[in-house]
Design a protein around this ligand. Structure first.
Ligand code: NAD
Ligand code: UFG
Length: 334
């Protein structure tokens, strides 16, 4: 089985490539390194002993995609290539809509031309906007997104629905990720954003590593048990494995558009994350309470029942594993 992975060198793409290679898939990868580094390819090889057939370039480049599809007999595509910073998307909406929506239109038009109609798309829990009930099931209303990043994911979900309605030979799996954190246990690949991290776990890791002084906890007056934001953190390797189950699902069906939440079904507050991180890594994380971050919601955690039932997928790693593996990666890579 040959899988084309866009954004293969990014955080989720790289861990998924490891899982795919270890499950015997041949991987053809594309990345333009807009948010990753080339050495990830060597790290993937070091972990798996196998190589990705790699193409450097931009997914907006139709000629390049046509070349990739004509040179490889691709069975399925997993699309990770996108921009992902909520804050950036507010100041750069055009760039976000081009990179997160237009590129998908190019990809699916080339897939159609080459009659490859099996796709896994990386969506996000942000499509639920401000959810009303918990845990969030896939049937919950989507919409009400508050930034161009979230809206770009919503648009692509709609486009994929329209595509499927127009031609139900397509097999499409939309994964709505909750909050992936952690790293591969080798510490060779993980998440290490440039500059000051916007997300909680990379920020905590930099405080632990004394690269940043103190964590700002964005609000302690939410309607949650300790007043700080609650999220569904999922170990990156559990998330990566779900893509193997997703491909199995698509291989074994003749048509369909499937939507799955990928989370653990449990919510943890910011302060619970800090405490767990301190305990498992034996470090102190100085923090101060700061004002709420604009656009944040109080609580967001998934019902993971549908993925368990239909994909036979369940998470294995604990919050302790997530904190340990995240810090292990940062210590080995700074
Ligand atoms: P990432 O930025 O680490 O990886 C994305 C990769 O795609 C990078 O290597 C980047 O260089 C590449 N890329 C971006 N635009 C490209 C283009 N036009 N052509 C070729 N390569 C391109 O992000 P990630 O965390 O691995 O996220 C992967 C996907 O999952 C994204 O679609 C993201 O929106 C989605 N997602 C991520 C999270 C999260 O918390 N990490 C949550 C929900 C959804
Ligand atoms: N937080 C802090 N201090 C920080 C960073 C975050 O207190 O320095 C808090 C936030 O207020 C929130 C929680 O930690 O309560 C998690 O924040 P993240 O920025 O790590 O994650 P978000 O839930 O805001 O968003 C992430 C990704 C989105 C994705 C979403 C899916 O950034 O791209 O998860 O649920 F869509």
């Amino acid at each position: 089985m040959k899988v084309f992975v866009t954004g293969c060198c990014g955080y989720i793409g790289s861990h998924t490539c490891v899982e795919l290679l270890e499950h015997g898939y041949e991987v053809i990868g594309l990345d333009n390194f807009s948010n990753s580094k080339r050495d990830v390819l060597d790290k993937i090889k070091e972990i798996t002993g196998k190589e990705i057939k790699f193409y450097e370039g931009d997914m907006i480049n139709k000629e390049l995609l046509e070349k990739i599809f004509s040179e490889n007999e691709i069975n399925s595509v997993i699309d990770f290539a996108a921009f992902k910073s909520v804050g950036d998307s507010v100041s750069k909406p055009i760039e976000y809509y081009i990179n997160n929506v237009s590129t998908v239109l190019v990809l699916i038009s080339v897939m159609k031309k080459f009659n490859v109609k099996s796709l896994i798309f990386s969506s996000s829990a942000t499509v639920y906007g401000e959810p009303k009930t918990f845990p969030i099931t896939e049937e919950a209303l989507i919409g009400g997104t508050t930034n161009p990043y979230g809206t770009s994911k919503l648009f692509v979900e709609k486009i994929l629905n329209d595509l499927y309605n127009s031609d139900n030979e397509w097999k499409i799996c939309i994964f709505r990720y909750f909050n992936p954190i952690g790293a591969h246990k080798s510490g060779l690949i993980g998440e290490n954003p440039n500059g000051i991290p916007a997300n909680l776990m990379p920020y905590i890791c930099k405080v632990a590593n004394q690269e940043l002084e103190c964590l700002n906890v964005f609000g302690n007056d939410y309607d949650t048990p300790d007043g700080t934001g609650v999220r569904d953190y999922i170990h990156i390797m559990d998330l990566a494995k779900a893509h193997v189950n997703g491909l199995n699902k698509l291989d074994n069906c003749s048509k369909g558009l499937f939507i799955y939440n990928l989370g653990t079904g449990k919510g943890y507050s910011v302060l619970e994350i800090v405490k767990t991180f301190e305990k498992v890594n034996n470090v102190k994380i100085p923090y101060k309470i700061a004002p709420r971050r604009s656009g944040d919601i109080a609580t967001c955690y998934a019902s993971a029942d549908k993925a368990l039932k239909e994909l036979n997928w369940k998470t294995e790693f604990t919050l302790e594993d997530m904190c340990k593996d995240a810090y292990n990666f940062i210590q080995k890579n700074s």
